[in-house]
Design a protein around this ligand. Structure first.
Ligand code: HEC
Length: 125
């Protein structure tokens, strides 16, 4: 048989979970605001998601000689960074050899691409 008290406890727990989710989402938005002020990132830009959608296919496997991204891949990026971050970002925007312009992310702004390049370098440390 149903125990009324048990039912109300479990719905209380669900309420807590729901509030927790709202809190999580809203603090996430709050965290993004300062970077939106500094750079012209697209609305809702998320470097990890964009990377997975646009760059991961080539840069996780190193397809066609793409510098690999991931833990311990710093040496893939070191020589490229010798020419300076701006030049590396410019190559991501304009394309270089078999690296397609904008990494095929045609709705990415230049600042989005810079953020993606920084994300790729950071996750390769
Ligand atoms: C179709 C495969 C492919 C996709 C998709 C792709 N890349 Fe690349 N990328 C390459 C290859 C290949 C190179 C190496 C080019 C070379 O140096 O000859 C490269 C090189 C780079 C470099 C190094 C440039 C330099 O100066 O050495 C950056 C930065 C980069 N890609 C960023 C990105 C970003 C950001 C995305 C996603 C928005 C992306 N790539 C998507 C294939 C790809």
């Amino acid at each position: 048989m149903f125990n009324v008290q048990e039912i109300s406890i479990s719905s209380f727990a669900k309420l807590i979970v729901a509030f927790g989710a709202i809190f999580f989402v809203s603090t996430g938005i709050a965290d993004q605001n300062p970077s939106i002020d500094l750079a012209q990132l697209s609305d809702g830009f998320n470097a990890e998601q964009k990377y997975m959608a646009s760059c991961f296919a080539c840069h996780s496997t190193g397809a066609a000689g793409a510098p690999k991204v991931g833990e311990g891949m710093a040496e893939e990026w070191g020589p490229r960074l010798e020419k300076g971050l701006d030049a590396v970002v410019a190559n991501a925007i304009n394309g270089i050899n078999t690296m397609p312009a904008k990494g095929l992310c045609f709705d990415c702004t230049d600042d989005d691409l810079r953020a993606l390049v920084e994300y790729m370098i950071e996750t390769s440390q």
